[in-house]
Design a protein around this ligand. Structure first.
Ligand SMILES: [Zn+2]
Length: 296
């Protein structure tokens, strides 16, 4: 499969859709850390959902899916920018996650609604305030969770199918536009039934080829829009790490230097290492223009 996201609609019916396939991108995202199999499984599905949602946003920014709580998995963050740069991270209790088995659902990994919260945040970088919606951790599958979230937050009936195979994930999302007619109802019911029945490889083909999509919805006239390409890309940078160290403060930096002889920062998303020698670390707190460190 290729990494691709595209929107489509049913001609003459109030039903629209989007399809996503993640291959190399999601391999890189989940390969950054030694996640247990069950965590990898949900990270792939959350990455597919984040991409589907980010691809439909009208502003320039980032969509953040965040799980936080005190269950076997304490934290999951999956981010997808509106240009489809993906990154993710997680924190988990190895023994508790292993005890659940490799097929554990996100609900089980999180400990359920009593112990965790799943939120979707929209961060329009340049303008406007961040907005956040809560996903009820009731359903078992990630697809059902997002289906319920979209149906309630956008007030549009939504149907989502996800499938995985060989480290790749594919997804197809259908949404019923408001003001539908009896014909639209029939198309909607038929399309939803097709999604219910679809699994790999049918879903993978539908997500990556127009013939595969046509085969999933036979007899329907579909218009498919130009695809975009999701990719694994982290927004960390030397400048951002330097900013974070300045916020941490001189005391923290001196403590790290005393202990390790240098300051080491590892990006929790992509695993990239940033190392500062004592002079470099101290230069961050020097008045501008006075001390400069040249790197060789
Ligand atoms: Zn990074």
């Amino acid at each position: 499969m290729a990494d691709a996201l595209s929107r489509f609609l049913f001609e003459g019916a109030g039903v629209r859709g989007a399809r996503v396939s993640l291959a190399g991108s999601v391999r890189a995202v989940v390969g950054a850390h030694p996640y247990p199999p069950a965590v990898v499984h949900v990270l792939r599905e959350l990455a597919a959902c984040a991409t589907l949602l980010a691809g439909s946003l009208k502003f320039d920014g980032t969509l953040i899916v965040q799980l936080a709580g005190d269950g076997p998995v304490r934290l999951i963050v999956v981010e997808c920018t509106t240009t489809l740069a993906l990154r993710a991270t997680a924190q988990w209790d190895e023994a508790r996650v292993r005890a659940l088995g490799d097929d554990a659902t996100l609900r089980e990994l999180s400990g359920g609604p009593e112990s965790a919260r799943l939120a979707i945040t929209l961060d329009p970088r340049a303008e406007g305030a961040m907005t956040q919606g809560i996903v009820a951790l009731e359903a078992g599958s990630v697809a059902q969770l997002f289906e319920h979230y979209l149906t309630s937050s956008e007030q549009i009936a939504s149907k989502l199918a996800l499938a995985q195979s060989g480290g790749e994930v594919a997804g197809v999302l259908l949404q019923r536009l408001p003001g539908s007619t009896a014909h639209d109802d029939a198309v909607w019911r038929e399309a939803c039934a097709a999604l219910d029945a679809a699994d790999m490889p049918a879903l993978g083909l539908a997500a990556t080829s127009d013939a595969g999509l046509a085969a999933l919805f036979p007899g329907r006239d579909l218009r498919v829009f130009r695809p975009a390409t999701p990719r694994a890309e982290c927004s960390c940078s030397p400048a951002r790490v330097e900013g974070a160290l300045r916020i941490a403060g001189r005391g923290e930096i001196e403590a790290a230097l005393a202990e390790q002889g240098r300051v080491e920062v590892v990006c929790e998303f992509c695993g990239r290492q940033y190392v500062f020698a004592p002079a470099e670390a101290r230069a961050l707190f020097a008045p501008q223009g006075k001390a400069r460190v040249t790197r060789h």
